[in-house]
Ligand binder design. Structure first.
Ligand code: SME
Length: 148
């Protein structure tokens, strides 16, 4: 799906969703429309950890609590910068969740410059993510931050 169209659709989903289902509805939309997004979840910052919130994918992850600073997720939460890993097998920070994962993108969610969570996406395709995904997901993160 075209990123601009997806952005407009997400805006619509946000405006029409019940607050208790809003994050889940957005994740489900992204999961369904972007085949390369094999697993998608939102982690929320709680103290020194990231706690898994809503997610969508074939399997649950055992990493439901990640210390800030650990893994690719923890790195993004520490620096506030998007992490884009083209090949997880070459990144020694990587915490493995699914045997099928080849690449990953993690986009921080910020509120008034404070990191409150992140969007984590795994892909079963090597080098699945580029700057277009990063820019798109940073916009989505910004929209979602108003509802967390
Ligand atoms: N791979 C992540 C852990 C979360 S799972 O991908 C869902 C990491 O390295 O932090």
């Amino acid at each position: 799906m075209d990123y601009d169209i997806a952005e407009q659709k997400i805006k619509k989903i946000i405006s029409e969703s019940d607050p208790s289902h809003l994050l889940q509805n957005c994740l489900e939309f992204l999961y369904e429309k972007f085949a390369k997004y094999s697993w998608i979840g939102i982690y929320l910052v709680k103290g020194n950890n990231l706690i898994l919130g809503p997610w969508k994918g074939m399997h649950p992850t055992e990493h439901t609590k990640i210390p800030i600073g650990k893994g690719i997720c923890g790195a993004a939460a520490k620096t506030g910068k998007t992490e884009l890993v083209t090949d997880v097998s070459t990144d020694n920070r990587y915490l493995s969740c699914f045997a099928s994962t080849r690449s990953e993108i993690v986009v921080p969610i910020k509120k008034n410059d404070k990191i409150i969570g992140e969007i984590d996406i795994d892909s079963d395709i090597t080098d699945a993510f580029d700057t277009q995904d990063a820019v798109f997901l940073e916009k989505i993160a910004n929209m979602l931050s108003k509802h967390i």
